[in-house]
Design a protein around this ligand. Sequence first.
Ligand SMILES: Nc1ncnc2c1ncn2[C@@H]1O[C@H](COP(=O)(O)OP(=O)(O)OP(=O)(O)O)[C@@H](O)[C@H]1O
Ligand SMILES: [Mg+2]
Length: 278
Amino acid sequence: MSNMIKVDNLWFRYSRDSEWALQGINLEVKKGEFLCVLGSNGCGKSTLAKHFNSILVPEKGDVWVEDINTKDDDRLLDIRQKVGMVFQNPDNQIVATVVEEDVAFALENMGVPTREIRVRIDEAMEAAGILKYKDRAPHNLSGGQKQRVAIAGIIAMRPDCIVLDEPTAMLDPNGRAKVIKTIKQLNRDYGITVVLITHYMDEAAQADRVVVMSKGKIEKIGTPREIFSQVAWVKSLALDVPQTSDLAYQLNQHGYNLSTEAISIEECAAQLYKFLEE
Ligand SMILES: Nc1ncnc2c1ncn2[C@@H]1O[C@H](COP(=O)(O)OP(=O)(O)OP(=O)(O)O)[C@@H](O)[C@H]1O
Ligand SMILES: [Mg+2]
Protein backbone atom coordinates (compact mmCIF):
# COMPACT_ATOMS: atom_id res chain seq x y z
CA MET A 1 0.00 0.00 0.00
CA SER A 2 1.35 3.44 -0.84
CA ASN A 3 1.89 6.16 1.73
CA MET A 4 -0.44 9.05 2.42
CA ILE A 5 2.09 10.59 4.83
CA LYS A 6 5.70 9.66 5.48
CA VAL A 7 7.61 11.01 8.47
CA ASP A 8 11.36 10.63 8.16
CA ASN A 9 13.52 11.18 11.26
CA LEU A 10 11.53 14.21 12.42
CA TRP A 11 12.99 16.39 15.17
CA PHE A 12 11.12 19.45 16.41
CA ARG A 13 11.34 21.90 19.34
CA TYR A 14 9.27 25.01 19.96
CA SER A 15 12.32 27.19 20.61
CA ARG A 16 16.11 26.98 20.69
CA ASP A 17 16.21 26.66 24.46
CA SER A 18 13.29 24.28 24.98
CA GLU A 19 13.39 20.47 25.03
CA TRP A 20 12.88 18.54 21.81
CA ALA A 21 9.10 17.94 21.60
CA LEU A 22 9.67 15.33 18.87
CA GLN A 23 12.83 13.23 18.81
CA GLY A 24 13.48 11.26 15.65
CA ILE A 25 9.96 10.23 14.65
CA ASN A 26 9.63 7.73 11.79
CA LEU A 27 6.14 6.83 10.62
CA GLU A 28 4.25 5.86 7.50
CA VAL A 29 0.52 6.53 7.29
CA LYS A 30 -0.80 4.17 4.60
CA LYS A 31 -3.43 5.29 2.10
CA GLY A 32 -6.90 4.29 3.26
CA GLU A 33 -5.95 3.24 6.78
CA PHE A 34 -7.47 4.26 10.08
CA LEU A 35 -4.52 5.05 12.34
CA CYS A 36 -4.82 5.99 15.97
CA VAL A 37 -2.18 7.89 18.00
CA LEU A 38 -2.02 7.35 21.76
CA GLY A 39 0.23 8.74 24.46
CA SER A 40 0.08 10.50 27.81
CA ASN A 41 -0.31 14.29 28.17
CA GLY A 42 2.52 16.30 26.67
CA CYS A 43 4.17 13.41 24.81
CA GLY A 44 3.95 15.24 21.47
CA LYS A 45 0.81 13.93 19.75
CA SER A 46 -0.54 17.35 18.76
CA THR A 47 2.91 18.56 17.74
CA LEU A 48 3.22 15.53 15.45
CA ALA A 49 -0.29 16.02 14.03
CA LYS A 50 0.48 19.65 13.17
CA HIS A 51 3.36 18.42 10.99
CA PHE A 52 0.91 16.43 8.85
CA ASN A 53 -0.46 19.50 7.08
CA SER A 54 2.42 21.89 7.48
CA ILE A 55 1.12 23.92 10.43
CA LEU A 56 4.56 23.06 11.83
CA VAL A 57 7.62 21.96 9.85
CA PRO A 58 10.55 19.85 11.07
CA GLU A 59 13.72 21.41 12.39
CA LYS A 60 15.51 18.21 11.33
CA GLY A 61 14.18 15.47 9.06
CA ASP A 62 11.22 15.58 6.67
CA VAL A 63 7.50 15.03 6.41
CA TRP A 64 6.00 14.05 3.07
CA VAL A 65 2.33 14.29 2.05
CA GLU A 66 2.31 11.87 -0.88
CA ASP A 67 5.24 13.26 -2.89
CA ILE A 68 5.15 16.79 -1.44
CA ASN A 69 7.65 17.86 1.20
CA THR A 70 5.79 19.91 3.83
CA LYS A 71 8.67 22.40 3.80
CA ASP A 72 7.76 23.34 0.22
CA ASP A 73 5.96 26.69 0.73
CA ASP A 74 4.73 26.74 -2.87
CA ARG A 75 2.69 23.60 -2.22
CA LEU A 76 1.02 24.69 1.02
CA LEU A 77 -2.47 24.89 -0.52
CA ASP A 78 -2.08 21.44 -2.09
CA ILE A 79 -1.02 20.03 1.27
CA ARG A 80 -3.92 21.67 3.15
CA GLN A 81 -6.35 20.39 0.55
CA LYS A 82 -5.06 16.83 0.80
CA VAL A 83 -4.84 16.73 4.59
CA GLY A 84 -7.62 18.34 6.66
CA MET A 85 -7.39 18.94 10.41
CA VAL A 86 -10.14 18.79 13.03
CA PHE A 87 -9.36 20.04 16.53
CA GLN A 88 -10.70 19.43 20.01
CA ASN A 89 -12.90 22.47 20.53
CA PRO A 90 -15.71 22.74 17.96
CA ASP A 91 -16.47 26.33 18.98
CA ASN A 92 -13.09 27.50 17.71
CA GLN A 93 -13.72 25.93 14.31
CA ILE A 94 -17.12 27.43 13.53
CA VAL A 95 -17.09 30.71 11.62
CA ALA A 96 -20.55 31.26 10.12
CA THR A 97 -24.00 31.82 11.65
CA VAL A 98 -25.78 29.15 9.57
CA VAL A 99 -24.59 25.53 9.35
CA GLU A 100 -24.47 25.25 5.57
CA GLU A 101 -22.64 28.55 5.24
CA ASP A 102 -20.09 27.28 7.71
CA VAL A 103 -19.56 24.13 5.67
CA ALA A 104 -19.19 26.23 2.50
CA PHE A 105 -16.83 28.78 4.03
CA ALA A 106 -13.46 27.36 2.95
CA LEU A 107 -14.72 26.51 -0.54
CA GLU A 108 -15.87 30.08 -1.09
CA ASN A 109 -12.46 31.31 -0.03
CA MET A 110 -10.84 28.87 -2.45
CA GLY A 111 -12.92 30.30 -5.29
CA VAL A 112 -14.80 27.10 -6.07
CA PRO A 113 -17.71 27.85 -8.48
CA THR A 114 -21.11 28.30 -6.78
CA ARG A 115 -22.79 25.31 -8.43
CA GLU A 116 -19.87 23.05 -7.44
CA ILE A 117 -20.06 24.38 -3.86
CA ARG A 118 -23.74 23.37 -3.68
CA VAL A 119 -22.95 19.79 -4.72
CA ARG A 120 -19.97 19.48 -2.41
CA ILE A 121 -21.59 20.88 0.73
CA ASP A 122 -24.70 18.73 0.30
CA GLU A 123 -22.46 15.68 -0.06
CA ALA A 124 -20.35 16.72 2.95
CA MET A 125 -23.36 17.42 5.19
CA GLU A 126 -24.84 14.06 4.19
CA ALA A 127 -21.57 12.26 4.99
CA ALA A 128 -21.33 13.94 8.40
CA GLY A 129 -25.00 13.29 9.15
CA ILE A 130 -25.90 16.96 9.62
CA LEU A 131 -28.10 17.61 6.57
CA LYS A 132 -31.13 18.06 8.83
CA TYR A 133 -29.41 20.90 10.68
CA LYS A 134 -28.34 22.78 7.55
CA ASP A 135 -30.46 25.88 8.23
CA ARG A 136 -29.76 25.97 11.96
CA ALA A 137 -27.43 28.30 13.84
CA PRO A 138 -24.30 26.31 14.82
CA HIS A 139 -24.17 27.85 18.29
CA ASN A 140 -27.55 26.24 19.08
CA LEU A 141 -26.26 22.74 18.30
CA SER A 142 -24.79 20.26 20.77
CA GLY A 143 -21.02 19.78 21.00
CA GLY A 144 -21.20 16.57 18.98
CA GLN A 145 -23.33 18.18 16.28
CA LYS A 146 -20.95 21.16 16.09
CA GLN A 147 -17.99 18.84 15.77
CA ARG A 148 -19.74 17.12 12.85
CA VAL A 149 -20.29 20.55 11.24
CA ALA A 150 -16.53 21.11 11.52
CA ILE A 151 -15.92 17.67 9.99
CA ALA A 152 -18.35 18.46 7.14
CA GLY A 153 -16.40 21.66 6.42
CA ILE A 154 -13.28 19.54 5.99
CA ILE A 155 -15.05 16.85 3.90
CA ALA A 156 -16.29 19.56 1.52
CA MET A 157 -12.65 20.19 0.62
CA ARG A 158 -12.53 16.55 -0.55
CA PRO A 159 -9.36 15.70 1.34
CA ASP A 160 -7.57 12.37 0.96
CA CYS A 161 -6.77 12.36 4.67
CA ILE A 162 -8.34 13.76 7.83
CA VAL A 163 -6.34 14.26 11.01
CA LEU A 164 -8.48 14.61 14.14
CA ASP A 165 -6.83 15.80 17.36
CA GLU A 166 -9.02 14.60 20.25
CA PRO A 167 -12.25 15.49 18.42
CA THR A 168 -14.39 13.83 21.08
CA ALA A 169 -12.65 15.14 24.20
CA MET A 170 -15.29 17.78 24.93
CA LEU A 171 -18.34 15.71 23.97
CA ASP A 172 -20.89 13.74 25.94
CA PRO A 173 -21.07 9.95 25.30
CA ASN A 174 -23.83 10.30 22.71
CA GLY A 175 -22.03 13.04 20.76
CA ARG A 176 -18.82 11.06 21.00
CA ALA A 177 -20.42 7.90 19.58
CA LYS A 178 -21.91 9.83 16.63
CA VAL A 179 -18.61 11.54 15.81
CA ILE A 180 -16.73 8.21 15.90
CA LYS A 181 -19.39 6.59 13.73
CA THR A 182 -19.02 9.43 11.21
CA ILE A 183 -15.22 9.09 11.19
CA LYS A 184 -15.43 5.34 10.60
CA GLN A 185 -17.90 5.82 7.74
CA LEU A 186 -15.65 8.37 6.06
CA ASN A 187 -12.82 5.86 6.26
CA ARG A 188 -14.79 2.81 5.17
CA ASP A 189 -17.27 4.23 2.65
CA TYR A 190 -15.36 7.19 1.25
CA GLY A 191 -11.85 5.71 1.50
CA ILE A 192 -10.52 8.71 3.41
CA THR A 193 -7.32 8.05 5.35
CA VAL A 194 -7.92 8.82 9.03
CA VAL A 195 -5.43 9.75 11.75
CA LEU A 196 -7.19 9.95 15.10
CA ILE A 197 -5.56 11.22 18.28
CA THR A 198 -7.53 10.17 21.31
CA HIS A 199 -7.40 9.37 25.01
CA TYR A 200 -10.33 6.96 24.65
CA MET A 201 -9.12 3.39 24.34
CA ASP A 202 -12.44 2.07 23.03
CA GLU A 203 -11.96 4.43 20.05
CA ALA A 204 -8.39 3.25 19.52
CA ALA A 205 -9.55 -0.38 19.63
CA GLN A 206 -11.48 0.27 16.40
CA ALA A 207 -8.46 1.48 14.40
CA ASP A 208 -6.43 -0.57 11.89
CA ARG A 209 -3.16 0.35 13.63
CA VAL A 210 -2.22 2.10 16.85
CA VAL A 211 0.86 4.27 17.40
CA VAL A 212 1.99 4.60 21.02
CA MET A 213 4.07 7.68 21.84
CA SER A 214 6.00 8.60 24.94
CA LYS A 215 8.21 11.63 25.61
CA GLY A 216 8.56 12.75 22.01
CA LYS A 217 9.23 9.29 20.61
CA ILE A 218 7.25 6.44 19.11
CA GLU A 219 7.43 3.45 21.44
CA LYS A 220 5.44 0.93 19.42
CA ILE A 221 3.20 0.57 16.38
CA GLY A 222 0.84 -2.37 16.03
CA THR A 223 -2.71 -3.56 15.62
CA PRO A 224 -5.01 -2.74 18.56
CA ARG A 225 -4.79 -6.41 19.56
CA GLU A 226 -0.98 -6.39 19.55
CA ILE A 227 -0.84 -3.18 21.57
CA PHE A 228 -3.64 -3.67 24.10
CA SER A 229 -2.84 -7.30 24.92
CA GLN A 230 0.37 -5.95 26.53
CA VAL A 231 -1.64 -4.54 29.41
CA ALA A 232 1.19 -4.07 31.94
CA TRP A 233 3.35 -2.25 29.38
CA VAL A 234 0.52 0.07 28.29
CA LYS A 235 -0.24 0.88 31.93
CA SER A 236 3.44 1.59 32.59
CA LEU A 237 3.09 4.52 30.16
CA ALA A 238 0.25 5.95 32.26
CA LEU A 239 -2.27 4.85 29.61
CA ASP A 240 -5.38 2.74 29.93
CA VAL A 241 -6.34 -0.32 27.95
CA PRO A 242 -9.90 -1.05 26.75
CA GLN A 243 -12.13 -2.34 29.56
CA THR A 244 -12.25 -5.73 27.86
CA SER A 245 -8.47 -6.31 28.03
CA ASP A 246 -8.41 -4.84 31.51
CA LEU A 247 -11.05 -7.27 32.78
CA ALA A 248 -9.01 -10.27 31.62
CA TYR A 249 -5.86 -8.68 33.05
CA GLN A 250 -7.44 -8.05 36.45
CA LEU A 251 -8.82 -11.59 36.64
CA ASN A 252 -5.39 -12.95 35.71
CA GLN A 253 -3.92 -11.00 38.66
CA HIS A 254 -6.15 -13.24 40.80
CA GLY A 255 -4.81 -16.46 39.33
CA TYR A 256 -7.04 -16.88 36.30
CA ASN A 257 -5.68 -17.51 32.84
CA LEU A 258 -7.61 -15.44 30.34
CA SER A 259 -6.40 -13.94 27.06
CA THR A 260 -5.95 -10.16 27.06
CA GLU A 261 -6.23 -10.33 23.26
CA ALA A 262 -10.02 -10.42 23.41
CA ILE A 263 -10.53 -6.70 22.87
CA SER A 264 -13.99 -6.51 21.33
CA ILE A 265 -16.94 -6.81 23.70
CA GLU A 266 -18.15 -9.88 21.77
CA GLU A 267 -14.78 -11.65 22.08
CA CYS A 268 -14.52 -10.76 25.74
CA ALA A 269 -18.04 -12.01 26.48
CA ALA A 270 -17.46 -15.24 24.53
CA GLN A 271 -14.26 -15.89 26.46
CA LEU A 272 -15.93 -15.30 29.83
CA TYR A 273 -18.90 -17.46 28.89
CA LYS A 274 -16.63 -20.35 27.89
CA PHE A 275 -14.63 -19.91 31.09
CA LEU A 276 -17.75 -19.92 33.29
CA GLU A 277 -19.05 -23.03 31.54
CA GLU A 278 -15.81 -24.85 32.30
N1 LIG B 1 2.97 26.29 21.51
C1 LIG B 1 3.89 25.69 22.29
N2 LIG B 1 4.99 26.36 22.72
C2 LIG B 1 5.91 25.76 23.50
N3 LIG B 1 5.86 24.49 23.90
C3 LIG B 1 4.80 23.76 23.49
C4 LIG B 1 3.76 24.33 22.68
N4 LIG B 1 2.83 23.37 22.44
C5 LIG B 1 3.28 22.26 23.08
N5 LIG B 1 4.44 22.48 23.71
C6 LIG B 1 5.23 21.49 24.47
O1 LIG B 1 5.60 20.43 23.59
C7 LIG B 1 5.44 19.16 24.22
C8 LIG B 1 4.47 18.30 23.44
O2 LIG B 1 3.18 18.90 23.54
P1 LIG B 1 1.92 18.39 22.72
O3 LIG B 1 0.85 19.41 22.87
O4 LIG B 1 2.33 18.02 21.34
O5 LIG B 1 1.53 17.06 23.53
P2 LIG B 1 0.23 16.17 23.44
O6 LIG B 1 0.69 14.74 23.40
O7 LIG B 1 -0.65 16.62 22.34
O8 LIG B 1 -0.48 16.41 24.86
P3 LIG B 1 -2.04 16.38 25.28
O9 LIG B 1 -2.42 14.94 25.45
O10 LIG B 1 -2.08 17.12 26.56
O11 LIG B 1 -2.82 17.05 24.19
C9 LIG B 1 5.01 19.46 25.65
O12 LIG B 1 6.14 19.47 26.46
C10 LIG B 1 4.39 20.83 25.55
O13 LIG B 1 4.52 21.52 26.78
MG1 LIG C 1 -2.59 17.38 22.26
